[in-house]
Design a protein around this ligand. Structure first.
Ligand SMILES: [Zn+2]
Length: 430
């Protein structure tokens, strides 16, 4: 399958922007450059005229719980622990594999229609999530969430390992797996050590929530006499590739450990704002050399999976928090949401930029619109002016999943109907 995208304004994220073409063969970018860079001998099976469009790498959502779309608008305006224990966990207990399948497809549709091509997910019934990812055509890094304090802790770990064995590298390489210890306050050190050993044996990374709230910091201090980051360091977690969601409350010593260990951080500004968790020190982390990507977190705490909006929030929030309008400029935020996110997920050599050799995950944005005119800086426009409805076409692994905002892989109406039905049944029976 050979695909040609012509006449686009291309923001490759690696290297300078250019007006030109991108050629894709067998899912991989084989030419990218100004007009004339693609040889006349390249015989495309599909050609997209991208006049009036900007091409960027697909957005990477570094942290979410896809099927929680079913709880969108069900429990809002509560503190994190109360929200979890009184509202979310009781209804999550009722979720079936079928519910998770439809919830994940709903999330996949929402992400696809807002320019996200890759997401990192931590949940359960992950076979059904992987099935949804396979069908819709997105790329994902998936892990089964592990709660070490529950009676099913060891069974969950066995299940998580089995999932990783079955799905790592599946769907033509679009699915990768991690192990997903939920958080230090739900996974004691002895359990985490088992998870670390398993991740080493399977050669996969770890996806964990870290330092999300002040309560978590205080509890860890009271119980172990140190910060969650120091506790994780002592437990040996950071000997493995780690994707750490949140990292809101960090000391200078914590930042030094994260930088030295090469931990990847998923910054979820809207979820942190909505749950009043705080503001992650993103500028300080970046200055220390920590890799930071952007995520939405689940739809029950955001309440959408809109990375376009999340980019703008990340930029604005950090500026106001630092009292400095120069931090997180537009180009850097776009880099964090694409190449940065890819690196955080351990996929930096495969996706995140529009370069020859990379897998072809491409978003075409319709910029021929009043709110994106004039064309002084498309990088600034995407971060400060664009909305998700400006995403026109989405290509993942060289395959066109959406064209002119029409989704080509799944029946959108059926997904809305089935997900709505599943959500209603759950809320009625809790
Ligand atoms: Zn989360």
């Amino acid at each position: 399958m050979r695909l040609l995208v012509q006449n686009a304004y291309v923001i490759p994220v690696a290297g300078p922007d250019f007006a030109g073409d991108i050629a894709v063969e067998a899912g991989r970018i084989v030419f990218a450059g100004p007009e004339g860079s693609v040889p006349g001998t390249f015989a495309a099976d599909e050609t997209i005229d991208a006049t009036g469009m900007v091409a960027t790498p697909g957005l990477v959502n570094c942290h979410t719980h896809a099927a929680m779309t079913l709880f969108r608008g069900y429990a809002d305006d509560l503190p994190l622990m109360e929200w979890l224990t009184r509202k979310i966990w009781p209804v999550e207990n009722l979720l079936t594999g079928e519910d998770i399948y439809w919830g994940s497809l709903l999330a996949g549709l929402e992400m696809l229609k807002s320019g996200t091509t890759t997401f990192a997910d931590q949940y359960f019934e992950m076979d059904r999530v992987a099935q949804a990812v396979t069908e819709i055509g997105l790329r994902a890094s998936l892990c089964r969430g592990l709660i070490g304090v529950s009676g099913h802790a060891d069974a969950a770990l066995a299940e998580g390992c089995e999932f990783a064995r079955r799905w790592h590298g599946a769907a033509s390489g679009r699915i990768s797996a991690m192990l997903g210890p939920h958080a230090p306050y739900t996974c004691p050190p002895a359990y985490l050590k088992k998870v670390v050993a398993a991740s080493e044996e399977l050669d996969v990374g770890l996806h964990i929530h870290l330092c999300e709230t002040r309560t978590e910091i205080e509890q860890t201090k009271a119980e172990y006499g140190c910060s969650p980051i120091v506790l994780m360091e002592e437990t040996g977690l950071f000997h493995r590739p780690v994707l750490a969601a949140h990292c809101v409350h960090l000391s200078e010593a914590d930042i030094e450990i994260l930088a030295r260990r090469g931990v990847g951080v998923a910054h979820n500004p809207q979820s942190n704002m909505k749950l009043a968790s705080g503001i992650a020190p993103v500028a300080r982390m970046l200055a220390a050399g920590i890799r930071v990507g952007i995520g939405t977190d689940g739809a029950a705490s955001n309440n959408d999976l809109n990375m376009v909006d999340e980019m703008r929030t990340a930029a604005l929030l950090q500026k106001v928090a630092q009292g400095d309008p120069t931090v997180l400029p537009a180009g850097l935020v776009l880099e964090m949401a694409t190449a940065g996110g890819a690196r955080v997920l351990g996929l930096g050599d495969r996706i995140g930029t529009l370069e020859v050799g990379k897998r072809a995950d491409i978003v075409l944005w319709n910029v021929n619109q009043p709110h994106l005119c004039p064309a002084h800086s498309y990088q600034a426009h995407l971060v400060y002016s664009a909305g998700r409805a400006d995403v026109d076409t989405v290509i993942v692994d060289g395959r066109t999943l959406m064209r002119n905002r029409r989704v080509l892989t799944v029946d959108e109406e059926a997904v809305l109907r089935q997900a709505g039905r599943a959500a209603r049944r759950l809320i009625e029976s809790v």
